[in-house]
Design a protein around this ligand. Structure first.
Ligand code: NAP
Length: 517
């Protein structure tokens, strides 16, 4: 524990918590003195019982005696649970805490009031988050309290509460020394908290952005956007927001955001499985209040949504995003109004056009083979069709290819027909060739020499087998990394109205991909 404290000090922690319940044997007073003598950092001593999510299962009076000994040995705070009767609590500087590992307590208000009324030097409330709206519930406690307080929502869904604690004046947040050493679900490491999320630079005026998806833990977006905000000197932070699949879960979070203007949310990236839910949320939010019920609104088409908003569609959703029926970007204005766009389609066709040194309008009449009929294919087909390209869609599930082709006036072919491709441009929108299946390719190599340009939307690995073989066949190649960077650049610009630091953002992506290799 002493060595771990020195490591925490070197990592830049401001304080350490010793969890005595993680020790195999209870320490005596001498051991505590050795631990706390000449400590380089202020220290909290915690001896958490099982009933509050800890590991200690022994005698309660012995546990409280050891906490009293920790005070005598010179710790800065002991953590004592709210359920310990006040007359039994050891004397000394105290954090009084309450933990709920099952979810948001139904009687949260009562617990917070009890903590505030106690003689705690610091109040602490921690509960498991079902969605990121529970992180907002924790942050709301911080913004309303007059006492030094720690309020955290545990688990991946609650991550925002850990990162944003400083914005709302929390006494502190918790971070682990390294991955695998977490003392509660959802803890980030000290290194992530300080370098990725820039804990020290987060304050009351910080604007908040985030990536909504499920899963989001391995998203590269926090690294890209936080680096971009930092280099541009913007007072903004970007956090992961895990929302379980389902429109109702997405709506619950967006309603919580609408009810929490004090949280300063200014924008979201939206990824699988919520891109359709995101466009519905933006269309719904533009409806004048009280004009109709949500179920009436949900049953309407997008064009009806446009007219009911009483303002033209392009004010809050661009035409192609509406045709695609999915968006990956939401901006929130200071008055709470939402606007959205799909930066995937623009990112993809701009990656293609810039490699070919042509404008979007020059795609007109070009023959393009799109392989795949999922979400990415849909965005790319919509954009290619919009700019007049002659598109053929090849897909494993032929009915999906047919449906997409019908919608955008293209041709559909079964995936086996890729051997017959004789188009100018080939775009892979399937996951064939993606890590870990890097030896796979959606198109046989002898077909590639008939094409001029091959674009693989996969970005991991950067050089897929398809791109390597296309290059050998003399084709111009376009990597999914270009598309990935373009969509992040477009999001940054949509939110901030400023030109994005493209080179830095590309470097963050390629460095991260290198690290994963
Ligand atoms: P999606 O909606 O799940 O669609 C997946 C597509 O791949 C479907 O057409 C599916 O065919 C096909 N497919 C999957 N496995 C296959 C296999 N073993 N054999 C044949 N076809 C297969 O996914 P998405 O969101 O469109 O993403 C597709 C790819 O785009 C991802 O793998 C990713 O690499 C890439 N992507 C790139 C970026 C970027 O910024 N560069 C961003 C997002 C995604 P069925 O219809 O028959 O199932």
């Amino acid at each position: 524990m002493r060595a771990a404290m020195d490591k925490a000090n070197r990592a830049g922690a401001d304080m350490v918590e010793f969890r005595l319940d993680y020790l195999a044997e209870a320490p005596d007073e001498n051991a505590l003195k050795t631990l706390l003598e000449d400590k380089p950092l202020p220290a909290i001593v915690t001896y958490r019982p099982k009933r509050q999510g800890g590991l200690f299962a022994g005698d309660e009076s012995g546990r409280l005696k050891i906490l009293a000994a920790a005070v005598r040995a010179g710790c800065d705070y002991i953590d004592v649970e709210l359920d310990v009767p006040p007359s039994n609590r050891p004397k000394g500087p105290t954090i009084i805490s309450h933990h709920d590992f099952t979810g948001l307590p139904a009687d949260l208000g009562r617990i917070v009031a009890e903590l505030n009324a106690s003689d705690a030097d610091v109040c602490k409330i921690v509960f498991a988050a079902a969605g990121p709206e529970d992180a907002l519930a924790a942050l709301e406690i911080l913004s309303n309290t007059g006492k030094p307080t720690i309020a955290l929502a545990m688990g991946e869904a609650g991550l925002a509460s850990r990162i944003l604690a400083g914005k709302f004046g929390a006494f502190g947040t918790f971070a682990s020394l390294n991955e695998g050493a977490e003392s509660a679900p959802g803890q980030l490491t000290v290194e992530q908290m300080k370098n990725l999320y820039r804990w020290e630079s987060i304050g009351a005026a910080t604007s908040v952005y985030g990536v909504i998806g499920c899963p989001v833990a391995h998203s590269m977006s926090p690294a890209i956007h936080n680096a971009a905000f930092a280099i541009e000197g913007l007072g903004a932070v970007y956090v992961p927001l895990r929302i379980e699949p389902g429109a109702e879960n997405f709506t619950r979070f967006m309603d919580a955001v609408a009810g929490a203007p004090w949280a300063d949310f200014r924008g979201f990236s939206v990824t699988i499985p919520h891109k359709e839910n995101a466009i519905a949320a933006v269309a719904r939010a533009s409806r004048p209040c009280g004009s109709q019920t949500d179920s009436q609104a949900d049953s309407q088409t997008d064009s009806q949504a446009d007219s009911r908003a009483g303002r033209p569609c392009h004010e809050y959703l661009d035409e192609l995003s509406v045709r695609i029926g999915a968006i990956n970007t939401i901006a929130i204005a200071p008055d709470g109004s939402l606007s959205g766009t799909n930066t995937d389609y623009a990112a993809a066709i701009d990656a293609l056009c810039s490699a070919m040194e042509i404008g979007r309008e020059d795609l007109g009449g070009r023959r393009v083979a799109v392989i795949g009929a999922g979400g990415v294919a849909r965005a790319i087909v919509a954009a290619l069709a919009h700019y007049g390209a002659d598109v053929t869609i090849y897909n494993r599930t032929f009915s999906r290819a047919e449906k997409l082709a019908d919608e955008f006036d293209c041709t559909a072919r079964p995936l086996d027909d890729v051997v017959k491709i004789a188009d100018d441009i080939i775009v892979n929108c399937t996951s064939i060739g993606m890590t870990p299946n890097i030896d796979a390719s959606p198109v046989p190599s002898d077909v590639l020499s008939r094409a001029r340009v091959v674009f693989d939307t996969i970005y991991n690995p950067v050089r897929t087998r398809l791109l390597r073989e296309a290059s050998d066949a003399g084709c111009l190649t376009v990597s999914g990394v270009d598309m990935f960077v373009n969509q992040a650049v477009a999001q940054f610009e949509f939110w901030t109205g400023k030109s994005a630091p493209r080179n830095l953002m590309r470097k963050v992506v390629t460095d991260r991909l290198d690290m994963r290799r």
